[in-house]
Design a protein around this ligand. Structure first.
Ligand code: VGL
Ligand code: ZN
Length: 201
């Protein structure tokens, strides 16, 4: 059985000092580097949040405050600070992340009007990113998932992975939650467990 490691959004803006810093984010980087050193993955994929400056998920582009909610294309959209703007330092992968064995990069959130938490598709389920096609082409059946943020992009990537039929494992030590809403990381764990995602300690 072939397996892949999916590393979600380990980018400067989600790490210490970033525009949308996830508490404890930097602690997961050595853990992820060890996983890559100690395991033989058939593929290692990075996802990269990669927004145009006028992206509709940014509070600043809607005359809103960070933390507000709007309806975007018929679904609720949390208003984020500007983050991971294409071509900026904040959108780059954290320099401590070892990229030697990375085989593929998936960029998401590139369409101004649609946010994309999952590495597989946008939040409206309108466009696929190419991740599923890539993994199927390479005969991958098992996914180990790590990265940021547990309660957003990691959760939705895990749920889609399980739904698409992959054996899906989340490394609890390889992720951190942003917890902009109380208990959202804890609730994300329960939701994943209820949807056949295995949590590895
Ligand atoms: C993410 C909020 C906005 C994430 C991305 O990577 O979890 N969260 N964009
Ligand atoms: Zn984003």
């Amino acid at each position: 059985m072939k397996k892949a490691l999916i590393i979600v959004d380990v980018q400067n803006d989600f790490c210490e000092g970033g525009a949308l810093a996830v508490p404890g984010a930097n602690e997961i980087i050595p853990y992820i580097n060890l996983l890559m050193q100690d395991n033989e993955y058939d593929q290692i994929v990075l996802t990269q949040d990669w927004h145009p400056a006028n992206h509709k998920s940014f509070a600043s582009n809607n005359g809103k405050k960070v933390g507000d909610n709007i309806i975007l294309n018929g679904i609720p959209q949390f208003m984020w600070p500007d983050h991971c703007v294409q071509g900026t330092f904040g959108a780059e992968f954290h320099p401590d992340l070892n990229r030697d064995k990375v085989t593929h990069i998936i960029q998401k959130g590139t369409n101004t009007d649609f946010d994309s938490y999952s590495g597989f598709q946008d939040n409206n389920h309108f466009m696929k990113t190419g991740l599923d096609d890539f993994l199927k082409y390479h005969d991958i059946q098992l996914l180990e998932i790590v990265g940021l943020a547990l309660d957003y992009c990691v959760k939705f990537t895990c749920l889609d992975a399980a739904q698409l039929g992959y054996v899906t494992c989340l490394h609890f030590n390889g992720t951190r939650g942003v917890n902009v809403k109380p208990d959202s990381a804890k609730n994300a764990i329960y939701e994943m467990l209820q949807n056949t995602v295995t949590i590895l300690g």
